[in-house]
Structure formats: C-alpha cells, structure tokens
Unconditional design. Structure first.
Length: 283
C-alpha cells in the first residue's frame, strides 16, 4: 500500500474543516493515508470536538439561490461559485446567479447538465459562464444543483445568499402552508439537520456515528471493563439523542421550544409534514 505525502496545505485544510490542532491534524491524516473524511472520524474517535463541515455541500465563495415555480410545487437551488468574496458580493455576479436560477425554473431543468445546456442570451449557460470568466479574470462555475417536487415547495434565501433552503410539504399550497414552510425553512437554515426524520438517515451514517461513539467509550477510563453489550445499548441511547438533535421533525421548533417541528406542523394542519428538504451554504 502506497503512502500519501501529507503536505502543509493538507494539514491546514483539515484544520480549517475541523478546528483541530496542527499536530492532531497531521496525525489524523498520516493515520488515514490522507483521506479527509476518515481523518475527521479519526479525530472524533479520539474524543475531539471538531467542527466538521460537509465538504460536498460547501463552497469557498459565491452564492446559493433557491427559487420555486409559480405553481409552488417545484423548487431548485443553484450554487454559483467564485474565487473571492469581492466577486461574490458584486451586483452583476448576484444578478447573473438570479438569472441562472430563473433560467433553470423556466426550462424545468432536472439536473446541473440540463441547466448548463440551456439557451441563455443566444448562447448556452455553460458558454455564458466561460464568457464571464474571460471578462472578470476569475474562475466562476455552477457547481451544485438541487431540485424538489412536492404538493407545496417553499424557498428561503438567507441575507447575502449565503444559505439557501427548499422545503417540500405534503399539502396543497395555501397561505398557511407557505407561512409554515418559511418557518421550517428558517429552522433548517439555522439548525442544519441531517435528514427529515430517523427513517431518512442513511444506514451507513447511523453505523458511522455508532462506531465513533463506541470508540469514544472504549477510550474512556470510566467505561473500562464494561461489557460490549452494555456499551452497545448506551451507544444506541446516544444515537437516539443524536436523532433528536439532528433530524428535522424531532428538533425543538426554534420559534417555540415547547414544541417539536413535527408538533408545530400538526398545529397548522393535522396531516402536514415535510417530505424532503435541501440546504446549501457558502463557507
């Protein structure tokens, strides 16, 4: 098995992702042969509280923009990236992102490839991106595209287009549904849940979290000598607590902590629930 050369840049990247110390990051990357996701798990297993970011959902700079159809049953989010904050805050760049999102909606795009192939000012969106790169001298690109279809879809864009959220709900559009969707979208923007409910959490995510918890307990002197079965039950309890904190419907509703999000939705309509959500953020 070949050994990957761990560079100062790699160490700094892991520090930025986790907030862990330089030597700890070096050790984690060395132990995992440069695999960043495995290195994050390594740090967590060692008991470090890391601020791990979801690299597949984050971009260094740029905009994330959510938009819904006039019928309110389809929504999209696009991520238009830039190299610098200076470009991201430029009015022309913002307007370009807004017009790309409008193009995606008007053409009922189903994917990023669909969007880039769309006609835009007598050229394609892909060509417009390249034209803009040549004009401003900085690399830009549409790097993410998310789409939701549901009886009601609500979009939320946080100030400055740094966070964008789509919420799909199971009831037909009405003023009450849209207002409830906006409240839930703001919850998602603030709390960043991992899934709608425990059933929607991938099995591999559950197994990964339990493995981390088990390793943490084995390293805890207070747990020395405890039977594996007992520790497994404790881990299951911690996983349940994890779901309460990190799955949307079980979370305390931000606007009224006496209710869960699920209970808030039922107060609006007895059968109302969230069918899906998407959240993208910058940084």
């Amino acid at each position: 098995m070949s050994t990957v050369q761990i560079t100062a840049s790699d160490i700094n990247k892991l520090r930025q992702m986790t907030g862990a110390g330089m030597m700890d990051c070096r050790a984690a990357l060395t132990e995992t042969n440069g695999d960043f996701e495995a290195a994050i798990d390594y740090l967590r297993k060692k008991g470090q509280k890391v601020a791990a970011k979801r690299s597949d959902r984050d971009a260094k700079e740029g905009l994330v923009i959510a938009r819904v159809s006039d019928s309110q049953n389809v929504g999209i989010i696009i991520n238009l990236t830039s190299e610098t904050d200076f470009v991201a805050k430029n009015e022309d760049f913002i307007n370009l992102g807004l017009s790309f999102s409008e193009t995606a909606m008007k053409n009922d795009c189903k994917s990023l490839d669909d969007l880039k192939a769309c006609a835009y000012e007598n050229i394609t969106v892909a060509d417009k991106i390249m034209e803009t790169v040549a004009k401003i001298g900085e690399k830009i690109d549409i790097t993410s595209f998310e789409r939701i279809e549901a009886p009601t879809v609500v979009a939320y864009n946080h100030a400055g287009y740094r966070v964008a959220v789509l919420v799909g709900m199971n009831q037909a559009p009405s003023e009450d549904m849209v207002n409830a969707g906006k409240d839930v979208a703001m919850q998602i923007a603030a709390m960043n849940p991992v899934a709608v409910d425990p059933a929607a959490v991938p099995a591999e995510t559950i197994a990964r979290e339990k493995d981390i918890i088990m390793e943490q307990m084995k390293a805890d002197p207070k747990m020395a000598g405890k039977p594996e079965e007992m520790m497994s039950k404790i881990a299951d309890g911690k996983i349940n607590a994890y779901f309460k904190e990190n799955t949307l419907l079980a979370q305390p509703f931000v606007k009224d902590g006496s209710k869960s999000v699920a209970e808030f939705l039922k107060s609006v309509h007895a059968d109302l629930t969230v069918t899906a959500f998407k959240r993208l953020n910058i940084g």
